[in-house]
Design a protein around this ligand. Structure first.
Ligand SMILES: [Fe+2]
Length: 406
């Protein structure tokens, strides 16, 4: 009996952890100031052990041990705790099944990926294109309170998955067949991960030679590091241009100054607007738009765009996807959720600041007529990654027809 009760308390505690993290994820999806987010995170973190201990003490004291649990003596408060844990456990089972059964949609027709570990040196080099630093401990990890986190064993923060993924999108005009976009997301310059790491990432991005670069927000967490932009993203140039939007972490700082810095380095601000892209011939233009809501600006206005025009949306949060569907966007590129940064074995990600919880934490989703691509991003506020390697992705779009001009 005792073992059964203890086992049940463990499962109910796991359920509570799931339920409380689901609530936290949804609270973090709205526009709260950083201090409020921090308080909510601390409350949720402390509430998890508190739940288990409270339940244990309550059941033990009421039954003078676990040997003879009497359900008739359970109070309504204890019942509420048990119910919360049981409901959360149901969600935990559901999200585990969803995570394990995730497959990319059929329109993903090719995926060529490799993982580079920038810490690797000498004979362990995995790529001829990468020259690893002699001493990665000093070259890649900065000083400060987060250095210890960055140096945790098994931390994947200093690796990078470089992918080229090809998607068939029937509405893409034939003349744009082969259009390639490199998406970068969520660098979160803060100092614990050094500029050198981001320079190595951008070196890889340059090597992908896309038709356009996009950055989907959260460049900074420290305004002192504004001058990192020029030697990193500032080095990226593409024939059709470089486009950015800001994220909530840029919003916490000084968005206007961040925008000026981007523009000085040749990046085009897509905030709340939509612009046409043209090829060198008489092919129909396509449009690319930017959405920084709910933190800044408004949804871009597409009322002047013809219904036939192929549409790409850059949105910091994937939460805008249902709005994007209504606007008939063909492709939406998002970041913000970082893949959860830590993915538990079997269970998958736990934390993702989204009103849809961990549903769009990362990956590609077909929500007719919109293909949503959510990047795991490159770094995060905390320099920690487990089962969630930083990501740099080139998306190649195929119209399903031949005759490429790009
Ligand atoms: Fe972010």
């Amino acid at each position: 009996m005792t073992g059964l009760i203890l086992g049940a308390v463990v499962l109910l505690s796991a359920g509570y952890a799931k339920l409380s993290s689901m609530i936290l994820n949804r609270l973090l999806a709205v526009t709260l100031p950083t201090w409020a987010n921090k308080i909510l995170e601390i409350i949720q973190l402390l509430s998890m052990p508190a739940y288990g201990v409270t339940l244990l003490i309550a059941l033990y004291s009421r039954n003078a041990g676990f040997g003879g649990l009497n359900w008739q003596t359970i109070t309504s408060g204890e019942l509420a705790l048990i119910l919360a844990g049981a409901i959360g456990f149901g969600f935990l089972v559901h999200s585990t099944i969803a995570f394990q059964s995730y497959r990319p949609p059929l329109c993903e027709i090719a995926n060529d990926s490799r993982i580079i570990d920038f810490r690797t040196s000498g004979t362990k080099r995995v790529s001829d294109e990468v020259t690893p630093p002699d001493d990665w401990h000093t070259a890649l990890v900065g000083p400060g309170p987060r250095r210890k986190i960055a140096l945790l064993p098994g931390n994947q923060q200093f690796s990078l998955e470089v992918s080229t993924k090809t998607y068939s999108l029937p509405r893409l005009p034939k003349a744009w067949d082969g259009l390639s976009i490199v998406q970068l997301a969520d660098t979160h310059f803060r100092g614990a991960v050094t500029r050198k790491y981001f320079e190595l990432v951008c070196e890889q991005a340059r090597g992908l030679k896309p038709d356009l670069f996009v950055f989907s927000g959260d460049l900074f967490d420290d305004m002192e590091l504004l001058d990192w932009l020029q030697p990193t993203l500032g080095q990226l140039k593409a024939p059709l241009g470089q486009y950015f939007i800001l994220g909530n972490h840029d919003w916490y700082l000084d968005p206007n100054v961040v925008r000026q810095e981007y523009e000085r380095d040749g990046w085009i601000d897509l905030s709340s607007r939509c612009i046409e892209l043209h090829t060198s011939n008489s092919a129909p233009p396509i449009v690319i738009a930017g959405d920084e809501t709910p933190w800044m600006g408004k949804h871009p206005d597409l009322s002047h765009v013809s219904p036939e025009t192929f549409r790409i949306l850059l949105s910091h949060t994937p939460d805008n996807v249902y709005w994007a569907r209504k606007q008939k966007y063909d492709l939406m590129l998002a970041g913000h959720t970082h893949g959860g940064q830590i993915r538990l074995p079997l269970l998958g990600p736990v934390y993702a600041p989204s009103r849809y919880g961990c549903r769009f934490t990362s990956g590609v989703f077909w929500l007719d007529p919109t293909l949503l691509y959510v990047s795991r991003g490159i770094s995060g506020r905390e320099p920690i990654r487990y089962n969630c390697v930083p990501e740099l992705t080139k998306l190649v779009l195929r119209s399903g027809q031949s005759s490429s001009i790009l």
